[in-house]
Structure formats: structure tokens, C-alpha cells
Design a protein around this ligand. Structure first.
Ligand SMILES: [Zn+2]
Ligand SMILES: [Zn+2]
Length: 392
């Protein structure tokens, strides 16, 4: 493919910094959403607003052919920015600390370029998705009929990835990111004088055993080849030093790399909570807040995306077997509903910047050109029947 013209790259960097200066958290991306739809209209795309509240679909048609979707997340985080760059967040307590400003600018740049060059046959749906960080905007879009209203044969997304150098990308067949479920355990005993424990039933002692017992699920009950992590992160019990409290609350998070491990961990944790507490005279209950599923790339689309990356100027190495991350991503919901793939775009310059969700994080603008190039390469390769046939 041709390199992306410099004016489009510079324009996208400007958009990225404008979006960075005006961050909005999940489902409240009103200003960001209005800016995106205005730009898509100037590119001549068909613009659909209001999906999952602030979500936008821009449709670019060019003759008969298949349709594919490309998704960017548009939300920011409730973090106070510590950077002093000129495009610093103008909203106290809110910042683009995950690079969604960059993902959005990349997708806008690709939409502008493809609307001008149109070297493909078919339809591209540019999906601007709200609330990746908290409220599961991806799930809302799927529930609101994203794939019924905009039928597509495949859907793709990228995330900038500190830890990989600029120029390198990763797209594995199979899991890329973990599931995320939060759990809330209540242990109810019988409060009593701390000097007379036989008069009551101690939920704190039961809780101490439970915390260590839960760790045996991943070490003894799951296969060592199944990846899962159980982290108990919050404990609440007791008000007075001489009182055995009536209740103890424990909460934390479960992350897994397969649906099987996720179901097994949830069932075993419920067993432990209910049954381990019994001999202590304590009643245990567990309540779940189910979060994002495992983000699993479909093998064929992962290969399509890897091939597009290999043909992109500025991308020098394509990893297809990198270990997945135990963090979670709501693009998982889109991949459950439609074949597709998710890619990490290496983000580290010679001196690596701050990590994702850090108050010093700022999207690396060096990624704008290879990011736009990747989407253009994907569209031109996968919506070009001649090229695909000759390659096969
Ligand atoms: Zn994030
Ligand atoms: Zn993110």
C-alpha cells in the first residue's frame, strides 16, 4: 500500500490532541461524539448517532461487496492528569489515560483517507464505541442490534500497547485479554465479647481461612495450563478491639483466559464460600458482578489482520504468539457476536512512557501513522476480491 499522506497524519494528530484536551467518561462522551459525527459528515459518510447513547456508526459504501467493521473506543477515565503538555486535559479529574483519544483519531484518519481514495469494493462501518472502561458500551451496542442494523462479515479493533516497541504489533489467534468478574462475599457469624469467643461465631477467622483456601482453586483444582487469577482486594469487619464482629465482607476480582476456567472458578468459589464457613458456625454468601468476557480472536480474522499489518508501512514485526494480558476489554462482546480480531499496537518509544491508566500517560503520536496505515491496509486487502483470490 501507499504511505498515508503527511497532511492526513498531521490532521489526525491535531484531532487526537483536541480530544485529549476534552476528555469525557463513559456514556457521557457528548462533545467527543458530536465532533466525530461532524467530521464523518464532512468526509461524506452516512452517519448514525445515538447507539448506546453516545456511540456513532459511520458507513462508507463503495459498490457491491462484503462489509467489515472497525471499532475505536472513545471514553476517558476518572483520573486527574499530571502532564503539562499543551493539550493537557481541561476537565479536572478526567483524562485520556488509556489512549482512546489516539484510537479515535486513528479511525477518523482512516475514514478520511478511505473516503478520498476508495480503493476497495464493499462497505466499511466505522464504529465509535462509548464506555469501554466501565459500563460496557460494547455490550450495549451489541444488545441494541449493532450487527443486525449493520450486517458485517468481520469486526476489528486495536489498542495501543506500552510494553511493545513502536513498529511491533501482536495479534494472536485465540485469547488476547481475560474475563473480568468481581465478587462480594459476606460471612455472617454471631457477634460476642472477644474474650469469650465460645459465646459467638467468628466471621473474621472463617474469612482468614477462606482467603487462603480460595488460592487453592487456581493451584490445585484448575489445570496448571489454565490461566486464572483470584485476587481478594478488600476486607471489612469489626469496629471495636474487644468485639468479635457479626459480619465480615470480602471482595475482589476473578480473571480468566477461557470460558471453561471462568465457569469452573465461579462454581468452586461458591462451594468454598458456602461450605468452608459452615464448621466455623458462620454462614457464607457470594454475590457476583459479572464483567467482560474473555476477548478471543477468531483464527481466520486474526490471520487477516496479521497479513494487513505485514503490509503496513512502519510496522516492522508482527507477533502472533505473544502471551495474553490478564486485563479485560469490552471488545470481547463484539467478538462473541461476530468473527473478528483485536490487535496490540506497540507504543514504546526509545524511552518508554507511562503505563496505561497512569496520571502521566499520554498517547504516543508516533502510532497515528502506522495505526491509520493498518486500517487502510486491512480494508484494501479484505475488501478487494481480486487481491484475496490471487493471494490464495
Ligand atoms: Zn483502559
Ligand atoms: Zn483502553
Amino acid at each position: 500500500m501507499q504511505p498515508i499522506p503527511e497532511d492526513i497524519i498531521q490532521q489526525a494528530i491535531t484531532w487526537r490532541r483536541e480530544i485529549h484536551a476534552c476528555p469525557e467518561i463513559g456514556l457521557q462522551e457528548f462533545h467527543t461524539s458530536a465532533k466525530i459525527s461532524e467530521l464523518l459528515e464532512t468526509f461524506g459518510l452516512e452517519v448514525h448517532t445515538g447507539m448506546a447513547g453516545t456511540g456513532i456508526i459511520g458507513v462508507l459504501r463503495n459498490g457491491e461487496g462484503p462489509a467489515i467493521g472497525i471499532r475505536a473506543d472513545i471514553d476517558a477515565l476518572p483520573i486527574q492528569e499530571n502532564n503539562t503538555v499543551a493539550w493537557c486535559s481541561a476537565s479536572p479529574g478526567t483524562m485520556h489515560a488509556c489512549g482512546h483519544d489516539g484510537h479515535t483519531a486513528i479511525l477518523l484518519g482512516a475514514a478520511r483517507y478511505l473516503s478520498q481514495t476508495r480503493a476497495f469494493q464493499g462497505t466499511v462501518c466505522f464504529i465509535f464505541q462509548p464506555a469501554e472502561e466501565n459500563a460496557g458500551g460494547g455490550r450495549l451496542m451489541v444488545e441494541e442490534g449493532l450487527f443486525d442494523r449493520f450486517p458485517m462479515s468481520a469486526v476489528y479493533a486495536l489498542h495501543n500497547w506500552p510494553g511493545l516497541p513502536v513498529g511491533e504489533v501482536a495479534v494472536n489467534p485465540g485469547p488476547m485479554m481475560a474475563s473480568q468478574d468481581n465478587f462480594f462475599i459476606t460471612l455472617t457469624g454471631v457477634g460476642c465479647h472477644a474474650a469469650m469467643p465460645e459465646k459467638g461465631a467468628d466471621p473474621v477467622l472463617a474469612g482468614a481461612h477462606l482467603i487462603t483456601a480460595l488460592q487453592t482453586i487456581t493451584t490445585r483444582r484448575l489445570s496448571p495450563l489454565d490461566s486464572a487469577v483470584i485476587s481478594v482486594t478488600q476486607l471489612q469487619a469489626g469496629e471495636a478491639i474487644n468485639v468479635v464482629p457479626q459480619t465480615m465482607q470480602l471482595s475482589g476480582t476473578l480473571r480468566c483466559l477461557s470460558q471453561r476456567a471462568r465457569a469452573q472458578c465461579q462454581a468452586l468459589m461458591a462451594d468454598y464460600v458456602e461450605q468452608l464457613a459452615g464448621p466455623f458456625g458462620v454462614r457464607g454468601e457470594i454475590h457476583w458482578e459479572y464483567g467482560y468476557p474473555v476477548t478471543v480472536n477468531h483464527a481466520q480474522q486474526a490471520e487477516t489482520l496479521a497479513r494487513a499489518a505485514r503490509g503496513t508501512p512502519g510496522i516492522t514485526q508482527v507477533h502472533t504468539q505473544l502471551p495474553p494480558s490478564m486485563a479485560a476489554e469490552d471488545f470481547a462482546y463484539l467478538l462473541e457476536a461476530c468473527p473478528g480480531a483485536y490487535l496490540w499496537l506497540g507504543a514504546d518509544g526509545p524511552t518508554p512512557g507511562a503505563s496505561l491508566h497512569n496520571p502521566y500517560y499520554d498517547f504516543n503520536d508516533q502510532l497515528i501513522a502506522p495505526g491509520i496505515g493498518l486500517w487502510v491496509s486491512l480494508v484494501e486487502q479484505s475488501l478487494n476480491p481480486v487481491a484475496v483470490t490471487s493471494e490464495d
